[in-house]
Design a protein around this ligand. Structure first.
Ligand code: F6R
Length: 612
């Protein structure tokens, strides 16, 4: 939520700032703005709406200067207007600040600052920081970093703040608390951003910042201190993503590109996971066989699409490793006194590694003594940093707001964990594990097969584009797939979509079925259990009430009552979600296109949700 960029170096600052914002626009697109380090008085431009509005407003009078800050907003306090857009500036017009997060004590600060004579021009919580920093900087005789240190000790809430002052325009100062900020180390230039995607085209060297650490960059220096002013030794790391991964590469939308990247993402997440002696290699778990055997319970915490990967974990881990698994929406977890003891392993799943609801649940679990394992796609983000162990997925940057390839790799990660646990506690033989692992290795090819034959589905989808309700049915491990299909459709097509467990239909939801209601049913993989017959009955029940039924079924499976059948390759039942999800992603994508919606940046959403 909200994208932040800071730059100091030889380039005309507007270029890396606007480029960076373009890469971060997925984080929020209610407004965008920049402040450039013009000596004497800053140049500030900001516009409501997408980044393109700001670009159109920047004309040839744009000053060529070498430092600045930029922001793309997901509104919290104050509507998405020009006035509320960041940067916010002090009354001298010399200090500008951008912010991601929420300043909880902004109202109390605003009152105090107004009494001191500051005039506010927006409804945001952020503006109080601009005025506060302005006063503190004067107290510190022009030292912006010292002012930021004092501000951190006054501010409550979660925030990334980046500021610049016209009297030292080369100096950009940032800080983070419960919100992301990374530093990019260039050659004679330095960057700060919410996410490495903003500067990946200029450098692959980055530094992670700890809680409440203050960073000051100039073209040739990076200085980090803690909130007491003590110097901090930087933790540098190499960014493994390449710049091309953050471009559309010929696809019309990032989402479509990311759907088509799924075979590679799944294959990359599986690389090197079986040792020569047939053991699943998951050293990242940092658990001995003894510790695994003494596990009493696993709790998975996650939000949205990642929560659906958690549901898949429940089916797979319980079946293979016979360890009880509960799955909890992260935002609910810490508010209900969950039972946590040293025998509990908490698995936090998050693509971004920054989702505040998940982070808070991780902290709660850790404080209560649980061991926390993160499954994450973003290197050095906060959730893995605060967890005891991390298993990285290798989906590469996911730019479209709707999650696709991250989900498939999260499923792969939970399968690997399930197999590893089952092998360690003796619930599956080595032969069984190796067989399932070989099946996992075949998934990329099978996803490719689905993608090669997706054109008729795209055409079919367009015929449903006028419908305002779509229902999804699944049973067993097809149930999370149904939920995911509905979530994708809601967020992309703005259609009322619901996913149900097939057996629940008769307990209420069947009343929603009317003449012509589209129902998408996921037929369980037939070879491992008899649930497919029950789903076939559900299909008959909805059809009898006028539904138009689309069935996702494995090749060769017997299907009755469907208007359309989408065939997917045969896999062991527990692996089916990896394949069955793909046509539903395509369905949601095509619906959004047909309805003229913004596919990559659906309304009201942001990719990384860093507020609770
Ligand atoms: C849906 C979607 C969201 C995220 C959720 C968690 O397409 O992308 O539901 O899955 O906000 O985000 P992460 O995985 O970054 O914690």
């Amino acid at each position: 939520m909200c994208g932040i960029v800071g730059y100091s170096g030889p380039q005309s600052a507007a270029t890396p700032l606007i480029e960076g914002l373009r890469r971060l626009e997925y984080r929020g697109y209610d407004s965008a703005g920049i402040a450039l380090g013009v000596s004497g008085k800053l140049f500030v431009a900001k516009k409501a709406g997408k980044l393109a509005n700001l670009e159109n407003a920047l004309d040839s009078s744009l000053p060529i200067v070498h430092s600045g800050i930029g922001h793309t907003r997901w509104a919290t306090h104050g509507g998405p207007t020009d006035r509320n857009a960041h940067p916010h500036v002090d009354n001298d017009g010399k200090l500008a600040v951008i912010h991601n997060g929420i300043i909880e004590n902004y109202s109390e600060l605003r009152t105090k600052l107004e009494i001191r004579g500051h005039v506010f021009t927006s409804e945001t919580d952020t503006e109080s920081v601009a005025h506060l920093l302005s006063d503190l900087r004067k107290e510190h005789k022009g030292d912006l970093a010292a002012a930021m240190r004092d501000a951190v000790n006054v501010l409550r809430g979660s925030f990334t703040l980046v500021a610049i002052h016209a009297d030292n325009p080369d100096v950009v100062v940032g800080v983070r608390r419960n919100s992301p900020l990374v530093v990019g180390l260039g050659n004679g230039e330095n960057f700060m951003a919410s996410d490495v995607a903003a500067f990946i085209e200029y450098t692959k060297r980055a530094i992670e910042l700890g809680q409440d650490e203050i960073v000051t960059i100039t073209p040739t220096s990076v200085v980090i201190t803690d909130s007491d002013g003590k110097l901090v030794t930087p933790k540098e790391y190499e960014i493994s993503w390449d710049a091309a991964a953050a471009q559309k590469g010929g696809f019309t939308h990032f989402m479509l590109k990311e759907i088509f990247e799924q075979p590679k993402a799944v294959a990359d997440t599986l690389i090197g996971r079986l040792s020569d002696n047939g053991q699943i290699v998951l050293d990242e778990l940092r658990m001995t066989a003894e510790e695994i055997r003494s596990l009493k319970k696993i709790t998975v915490i996650a939000c949205g699409t990642a929560y659906h990967a958690g549901m898949v974990a429940k089916y797979a881990i319980e079946k293979w490793a016979k360890i009880p698994v509960e799955v909890e929406i992260a935002s609910e977890y810490r508010y209900r006194d969950p039972i946590i003891d040293p025998g509990t392993l908490v698995i936090a799943i998050s693509q971004s590694g920054e989702t505040m609801d998940t982070l808070m649940a991780v902290r709660h679990a850790k404080a209560a003594g649980a061991r926390v394992l993160a499954i994450c796609n973003t290197n050095s983000s906060t959730i893995p940093r605060e967890s005891d162990a991390v298993l990285y997925t290798h989906a590469g940057p996911e730019i479209a707001v709707a999650s696709t390839k991250a989900l498939l790799t999260q499923m792969i990660a939970v399968y690997l964990i399930g197999l590893h646990l089952a092998q360690a506690n003796g619930q599956l033989s080595d032969d069984q594990v190796q067989h399932l692992y070989r099946e996992l290795l075949e998934l990329p090819g099978k996803i490719e097969q689905i993608l090669e034959t997706v054109e008729p589905l795209r055409e079919l989808t367009r015929s449903f584009s006028e419908n305002n309700i779509v229902l999804f049915l699944g049973r067993n491990i097809g149930y999370p797939v149904a939920l995911e299909g509905a979530l994708k459709l809601k967020e992309l097509a703005y259609i009322h979509a619901e996913g149900f467990a097939g057996g629940e239909l008769k307990h209420g939801p069947i009343a929603l079925i009317d003449n012509g209601t589209p129902v998408i049913a996921i037929l369980p993989a037939g070879h491992e259990h008899a649930l497919d017959e029950k789903m076939l009955s559900n299909i008959q029940e909805v059809k009898a009430r006028g539904a138009r039924v689309i069935v996702i079924a494995e090749e060769g499976a017997h299907v009755e009552g469907a208007e359309h059948i989408i065939r997917i390759p045969i896999v062991p039942a527990l692996l089916q979600p990896v394949l069955a999800t793909v046509p539903l992603q395509v369905f949601a994508y095509e619906m959004a296109v047909a309805r003229g919606n913004d596919v990559d940046q659906p309304r009201n959403l942001a990719k990384s949700v860093t507020v609770e």
